[in-house]
Design a protein around this ligand. Structure first.
Ligand code: ZN
Length: 136
């Protein structure tokens, strides 16, 4: 989804899901391959021993040949991808922070609600006592 838990729109997540689920051939043109490389990444990002199935870093090397990307340009694309992941992690941790703050606020309101209920019961008891006192 493109909304976080608090219901606010998450533009990074919207971009990621749009690109990830698009039927466009992102590798076909240099500019779309660049965009895909930042948002989704061409390298295998699983922490494991890369093999023929995951492809490791082969895709970006093929694209570099196909679109005449210099090694410096490939390095820049990988740096942008890393920065994207950091930004997304920050937006998720901010979301978690907001969620924790909301839970604290709810807990405080619940406590205050219980205090007010107790005061209300005490006031009603006093009122009932004074009313019963009027009917002597
Ligand atoms: Zn791999």
């Amino acid at each position: 989804m493109t909304e976080n838990r608090s219901g606010a729109a998450d533009p990074l997540d919207s971009l990621r899901s749009t690109v990830a689920f698009s039927s466009l051939d992102w590798a076909g043109a240099g500019d779309t391959a660049w965009i895909y490389g930042i948002i989704c990444g061409w390298d295998c990002e699983i922490d494991h021993r890369h093999d023929d199935v995951c492809g490791g870093q082969e895709a970006i090397e093929d694209l570099a040949r196909q679109h005449d990307w210099t090694p410096a340009r490939v390095t820049r694309l990988r740096a942008l991808r890393t920065r994207w992941l950091e930004l997304h992690a920050n937006s998720e941790s901010r979301e978690m922070h907001d969620l924790a703050a909301a839970r604290t606020a709810v807990a405080k309101m619940t406590t205050r609600h219980r205090e007010l209920e107790a005061e209300n019961i005490a006031l009603l008891a006093r009122l009932a006592f004074s009313e019963s006192g009027d009917h002597r």
